[in-house]
Design a protein around this ligand. Structure first.
Ligand SMILES: NC(=O)c1ccc[n+]([C@@H]2O[C@H](COP(=O)([O-])OP(=O)(O)OC[C@H]3O[C@@H](n4cnc5c(N)ncnc54)[C@H](OP(=O)(O)O)[C@@H]3O)[C@@H](O)[C@H]2O)c1
Length: 209
């Protein structure tokens, strides 16, 4: 892929999951301005943007069928002329049922719920991306932690998390105005991608930038 052009990403095929709301939506708005005419979006939600071809794919990415739907839609897409970049942003996520503690997760009828698995999933993703970076030197890979964002996910966290101390801490963050604005965090991510100097596979935290 070509080096990122100053001020933009050039003609790009961009796959952004979870763009219907929260961080993904804020990121989509800022990112669209950095794409050259002729670029293509694949995502689960977007309004029309002049010069960009937008292809919404409503799919449950937590199911194999949904994933296959997205992959099928990508395969069906004609390769845009003069393509300079493929940008895949894996943003979609849920907390699951965080009202349950670790021990209650042993019930095999309910194996995918709770912070335990959310955190384990994020840790697994970080390692997976490090392996991908090592295996594929031609691919630039980044794990970005966007900070405590003022989104639906954060609302769910402060209202239902099982640990009362954590719940209070999250509520205090909201009350004290400590939650991060999605647009500000999305802009930091885009700055990182545009500078393109991070070590491939790195984990970068909003609060360290
Ligand atoms: N909020 C925070 O404080 C925080 C902190 C650290 C990291 N993050 C991470 O930042 C990312 C965005 O979080 P957010 O706060 O913006 O979350 P959010 O407001 O809850 O939005 C989640 C997005 O993911 C989509 N999504 C969820 N499950 C999906 C599925 N099975 N298939 C397809 N799409 C699915 C949702 O689509 P629908 O609208 O269709 O449901 C929505 O667009 C996540 O990866 C999250 O883990 C968030």
């Amino acid at each position: 892929m070509a080096p990122i052009e100053e001020g933009g990403f050039g003609r790009t095929l961009c796959v952004l999951t979870g763009a219907s709301r929260g961080f993904g939506r804020a990121l989509a708005t800022l990112l669209a301005r950095l794409l050259s005419p002729g670029s293509v979006w694949r995502q689960s939600w977007w309004r029309s943007t002049p010069g960009l071809r937008v292809v919404p794919v409503p799919a449950d990415l937590g199911s194999d069928a949904g994933l296959q739907q997205l992959l099928g839609a990508l395969r069906d897409l004609p390769r845009p002329e003069g393509l300079q970049r493929l940008l895949l942003i894996n943003n979609a996520a849920t907390l699951g049922d965080i009202s349950k503690v670790f021990q209650t997760l042993s019930d095999p009828a309910e194996p995918f719920k709770g912070w335990t698995l959310y955190c384990a999933g994020k840790a697994a993703r970080t390692m997976m991306f490090q392996v991908l970076a090592a295996e594929e030197p031609s691919v630039r890979v980044l794990s970005y932690a966007p900070g405590a964002l003022d989104t639906d996910m954060q609302l769910l966290a402060r209202e239902t998390t099982v640990d009362l101390d954590l719940r209070k801490r999250l509520q205090d963050m909201k009350t004290n105005g400590e939650l991060v604005d999605c647009g500000m965090s999305a802009q930091k991510l885009l700055n990182l991608l545009q500078r393109d100097t991070f070590e491939s596979g790195a984990h970068v935290d909003f609060y360290d930038l």
